[in-house]
Write a protein that binds this ligand. Structure first.
Ligand code: F6R
Length: 243
């Protein structure tokens, strides 16, 4: 695993932006793996700037996001459909028809995971997958204990993750859905390049486990050690526990 220590979220974002902009130039219909949460926000902003600066045509760029809440109306402002629309599709100017988010509709969720993995496969696989990491080492909504070979599927959110995400639901944990649909670790590992971003001392322990700990489902992100092309970009604080 390649580790880059960046001076700021913005500098980290610029590294991601250059990598993706070069990819778009080489492969105008490339497939981006997208994530929600705060860690990728500066990266999306830098990418939007780079696209404008370099005058790149993004009309054929495709996207697959990591996860979605189960049973939450996709029109809800905090659904990951809405978040991806606001933070990725609009600023980058992508075609919304080409950007996919897992379907959390309870009526179809049982089969939605397999269908999602098949759609990624049919698109030729993900070229660059951006990732954040939870303080417990989760990637996507794959909490500790998730099978390292898992495909996209329904999962129960841990109490801690629901508490962490209550800030998006008027601070009321009862409004946070109890389940989600998430790309599996096996799904994520099929992407050709993984770029994990982590900032702040709250992530230091998880980053040390991910990069230097044993590969184990107790730290789902440690699976990155088995990936042939994984890049971890952190700030000084998140790098503090590395040896
Ligand atoms: C986002 C996701 C999560 C977050 C992680 C870190 O789609 O699947 O794994 O990346 O919870 O969140 P932030 O970046 O808000 O610290």
């Amino acid at each position: 695993t390649e580790v880059i220590i960046a001076e700021s979220e913005r500098e980290a974002g610029a590294i991601y932006a250059k990598c993706v902009a070069d990819l778009i130039e080489r492969k105008p219909d490339c497939v981006l793996g997208l994530a929600t949460g705060s860690s990728p926000l500066a990266a999306y902003q830098e990418l939007a700037r780079t696209i404008t600066e370099r005058g790149l045509d993004v009309s054929r760029v495709r996207g697959f996001s990591l996860d979605e809440y189960a049973g939450l109306d996709p029109k809800h402002p905090e659904s990951y459909h809405s978040v991806i629309e606001r933070t990725v599709i609009e600023p980058l100017g992508l075609d919304p028809e080409l950007v996919h988010v897992p379907n959390g509709d309870l009526a179809t969720i049982e089969h939605a995971g397999k269908a999602y993995d098949a759609a990624i496969e049919a698109a030729g696989g993900i070229d660059v997958q951006i990732l954040g990491i939870g303080t417990d080492g989760h990637i996507g909504f794959n909490e500790p204990g998730s099978s390292l070979a898992s495909g996209t599927r329904i999962k129960t959110l841990t109490e801690q993750t629901r508490i962490d995400n209550a800030r998006f639901f008027d601070g009321d944990v009862d409004q946070v859905p109890t389940h989600c649909i998430t790309q599996g670790i096996g799904t994520i590992m099929k992407a050709r390049h993984l770029v994990l971003l982590a900032f702040g001392d709250g992530k230091a322990e998880a980053i040390a486990e991910t990069v230097e700990g044993g590969v184990s489902s107790f730290c789902p992100a440690s699976a990155l050690q088995l990936h042939p092309h994984a890049t971890v970009i952190v700030d000084e604080q998140a790098a503090a526990r590395l040896r």
